[in-house]
Design a protein around this ligand. Structure first.
Ligand SMILES: C[S@@+](CC[C@H](N)C(=O)[O-])C[C@H]1O[C@@H](n2cnc3c(N)ncnc32)[C@H](O)[C@@H]1O
Length: 251
């Protein structure tokens, strides 16, 4: 990799492995749920992504429960283990079916290589500063969830507590340059939690470059890739507007 920011044009399966290894891979692949021309599930990328991770690296994948269920086997085949998931709650969602609940959320799931121990994976535990002063007693958890340390601790008013797994962020409807553009703040959260400072984030389905903007805010290096040349150029222009140098499209 030559510079701190690259946004490649082409198929991520061809281009991204050669730019790794990555501390974190962020992937927002097509969910295969709409009639949009680009919204077709991509096969084979998971195995390549799993191999392109650093030993302490992990992968956050965006999707719907429907898309994860349809592709569950591919995660197993790629040797990836589920770590955790968050739900992104939107202020406004999409109506996919007029006779079902209005969908105002998406799911983001973190995976890591089966060959690694979770304790070895980079993980800056996410907290919010809204604890109340009290003694927090931890019950012993079942052994399969691992060691959680001390049985109790004292929290202070305004102190840190574990961030909730449901996170609310406004979506970017009305000002998005991509039809399924993710909010920068959502991606920024995942990058800070799962990529060490100075580490490299690979954004395998870059779309509008939202993850690139988030990586800039979080101070990490990044390589993104989009298959649509026009969208990739818009993403490059978007990134260049917040950087003091042009964004490259090749190493
Ligand atoms: C769900 S969108 C990503 C949106 C992005 N996260 C954002 O915030 O703008 C998926 C993107 O992947 C692109 N794509 C589809 N197949 C691809 C491939 N094989 N390699 C790279 N990008 C691909 C599509 O063109 C689309 O822009």
């Amino acid at each position: 990799m030559t510079g701190p920011f690259l946004l490649l044009t082409g198929d991520c399966r061809d281009l991204m492995p050669g730019h790794g290894p990555y501390d974190l891979i962020l992937a927002d692949p097509p969910y295969g749920e709409t009639s949009l021309a680009w919204d077709r599930r991509v096969s084979g990328w998971l195995q390549l992504a799993a191999r392109a991770l650093k030993p302490h690296g992990s992968l956050w994948v965006c999707g719907s429960l429907r898309s994860f269920m349809a592709t569950a086997d591919a995660f197993h085949t790629a040797g990836l283990r589920h770590a955790q998931e968050i739900v992104w709650e939107k202020q406004n969602g999409s109506v996919f079916h007029a006779d079902r609940f209005r969908r105002v959320h998406e799911v983001l799931v973190q995976f890591y290589p089966e060959s690694a121990r979770w304790q070895a994976i980079y993980n800056a535990v996410a907290t919010t500063d809204d604890a109340r002063a009290r003694v927090v007693r931890r019950k012993r958890r079942p052994t399969h969830t691992g060691d959680i340390g001390a049985a109790s601790y004292r929290s202070e008013d305004g102190g840190p507590r574990l961030a909730r797994s449901v996170q609310r962020f406004r979506n970017v409807h009305g000002r998005a340059i991509h039809p399924t553009e993710k909010p920068v703040a959502l991606l920024d959260l995942l990058i800070r939690v799962s990529c060490p400072p100075g580490g490299v984030v690979g954004d395998w389905f870059a779309g509008s470059g939202a993850a690139g903007v988030a990586r800039r805010l979080a101070g990490r290096r990044s390589v993104g890739c989009g298959i649509d040349p026009a969208m990739a150029q818009r993403a490059r222009d978007r990134l260049a507007a917040i950087l003091p140098f042009p964004v490259g499209d090749s190493a």
